[in-house]
Design a binder for this molecule. Structure first.
Ligand SMILES: [Zn+2]
Length: 343
């Protein structure tokens, strides 16, 4: 069985080169995929733009319409952080389409697992607005598609971007059929993701937030994974595991201070891949979110591709965080475990 992989050169059309979320991010990934030979080892898919109905499965009509009109207007800021260009709507629909193409490949059985190397990212996009560099919520669109087109009852989304995936959380906050787990630095943009945010109505208990203090490092991060994320996913018994993969928790990242190393990322990703083997026939799909230090992003992404290919090799050209601070997060993990009655 193969590893499906979707990306598209047209993502580069959505860019402002002086913005942290620029086309050079995927150029760095593409160059590293070619240089390591990994590009030749995956099953490369050509995505199509996601259909309007797929977007409307998670976004309001008003939000999609407001993005659609940006095609006829000059580039501008949508909010303080998020830009739109005349090509952004097309790129965003292709990013969602890439996540859908990989989902179809995995759920039809033509691939064992897969990755979507996409821009713009998606996890901050809420039902009704773009924010935090994100226009359409790619991973949420894929989760809904898995449920509606492939008849899955339960999907788990693990968000390891350093920022809280507020958009994904808000889309599934009252929905017990999608388990959303987020590890993120707190305090940090966008300010949501307190551990007391656990869902609403029938969805109470299927949102799990692990807000981590700055400097937590590999050890604390792996404890959060082992003691909260993994037991929660096991208990939920999803039929598909989706990962919002941001590489901005790396110690070199200019936007955050969580202080993970590439080895730490790799260990986390391999545990999640093993978890998918255990609970959902290995069906794991990784969707790119943030990551703003280009070497950390490219190396972290390639290690992730290797983990999905079942290749033991990994690269950590940047080494461990120089001055790990590693605050004790035992009490925090204990509170999250108690709140969610984790085994
Ligand atoms: Zn991020």
């Amino acid at each position: 069985m193969t590893t499906a992989y979707a990306t598209d050169p047209r993502f580069a059309l959505h860019t402002i080169e002086t913005h942290p979320e620029h086309a050079g991010r995927l150029r760095a990934i593409n160059d590293a995929m070619a240089a390591t030979g990994l590009a030749a080892r995956v099953d490369m898919l050509s995505p199509r733009e996601a259909a309007r109905e797929s977007l409307l499965a998670v976004h309001t009509r008003d939000h999609v319409d407001r993005l659609a009109v940006t095609q006829d207007r000059p580039a501008r800021m949508y909010d303080l952080d998020t830009y739109v260009t005349p090509y952004s709507y097309e790129a965003a629909r292709l990013a969602s389409g890439a996540a859908l193409a990989v989902t179809d490949a995995v759920l039809s059985g033509s691939a064992a697992n897969g990755l979507a190397a996409v821009r713009p990212p998606g996890h901050h996009a809420t039902p009704s607005r773009a924010m935090g560099f994100c226009l359409l919520n790619n991973i949420a669109i894929a989760a809904r598609h898995a449920q509606r087109q492939h008849r899955l009852a339960r999907v788990a989304i693990v968000d390891i971007d350093v920022h809280h995936g507020n958009g994904t959380q808000s889309i599934f906050f009252d929905d017990p059929s999608v388990l959303f787990l987020s590890t993120h630095q707190s305090p940090l943009y966008p300010g949501t993701g307190a551990l007391t945010e656990t869902g609403d109505g029938p969805g109470v208990g299927t949102t799990i937030n692990i807000p981590l203090p700055p400097g937590v490092g590999d050890y604390g991060f792996s404890a959060a994974l082992d003691r909260v994320v993994i037991p929660a996913v096991r208990r939920f018994e999803p039929e598909l595991l989706l990962i919002s993969a941001g590489f901005d928790a790396h110690w070199t990242d200019p936007l955050a201070q969580l202080a993970l190393s590439l080895d730490g990322y790799d260990a986390a990703m391999r545990r999640l891949v093993n978890l998918a083997s255990e609970v959902c026939l290995g069906r794991v799909i990784v969707v790119l979110e943030g990551g703003y230090h280009l070497r950390a992003l490219a190396a972290g992404w390639c290690n992730t591709v290797r983990a999905l290919l079942g290749d033991d090799h990994r690269d950590d050209p940047l080494g461990p965080a120089p001055r790990p601070n590693e605050p004790d997060i035992d009490a925090l993990i204990g509170r999250v475990r108690k709140l969610h009655n984790l085994p």
